[in-house]
Write a protein that binds this ligand. Sequence first.
Ligand SMILES: C[S@@+](CC[C@H](N)C(=O)[O-])C[C@H]1O[C@@H](n2cnc3c(N)ncnc32)[C@H](O)[C@@H]1O
Length: 221
Amino acid sequence: MTDETAQEFYGRWARLYDLIARRTPGIPPLRRRAAAACRLERGDTVVEMGCGTGANLPYLREQVGPDGTVVGVDFTGPVLERARELTAEYDNVHVVRGDATSPPVGEDVDAVLATFVVGMLEDPASAVDDWCDLVGSGGHVVLANAARSDAWYAPPVNAVFRAIVVLSTPPTTKLRYENEPHLRLDRKIDTAHARLRERSAAIADETHVFGVVRLTGGRIA
Ligand SMILES: C[S@@+](CC[C@H](N)C(=O)[O-])C[C@H]1O[C@@H](n2cnc3c(N)ncnc32)[C@H](O)[C@@H]1O
């Protein structure tokens, strides 16, 4: 998918996406858990890559407190407007427009979070490598992504997941028209999570939301 296509798509659906992103049952606890998995301390700096409408940002702010710094990066203007509205009350939460694969952030980042993003990247493993380099040894990188479930209720859950992938993929992308778009997405997600495991000295691997969302948090070696 081209960057323009994705930006146009998420721009058009910003408000609807925001509702789904914040109100879907099971998702708010997942966001709280993802923020906790960043293992932040008061005063730390955390960057969220592909922050979208900012649903994770209040949870990250909770972790770093008033003296820490939270930066949300996304390349889609309208979703960032929504993220700015959501975090207007905090002066230490910054929302910036930029590419998650070459983020406009400096040194001294303690953790990187990316939820439902790596499946959209051309080369997810190299993005994960860059994020690991950004936080450095002892820093944390946390990924959460929808992936197919192996649980007993998997067939209906996977059918729903497949429908979500098709509906939430920009219509002009090749991904949407592939017979099995979720398989391509699964491969990208697998690759990203595997790279994070390779780069980590300690790992938390969990599933959430009826087994459909996989969360991997790593302390970088
Ligand atoms: C499915 S949404 C997830 C948003 C948010 N992380 C959440 O959990 O609700 C994916 C987001 O990633 C952003 N995105 C995708 N590729 C990106 C890139 N290369 N740089 C910056 N943002 C990107 C899109 O604009 C979109 O807002």
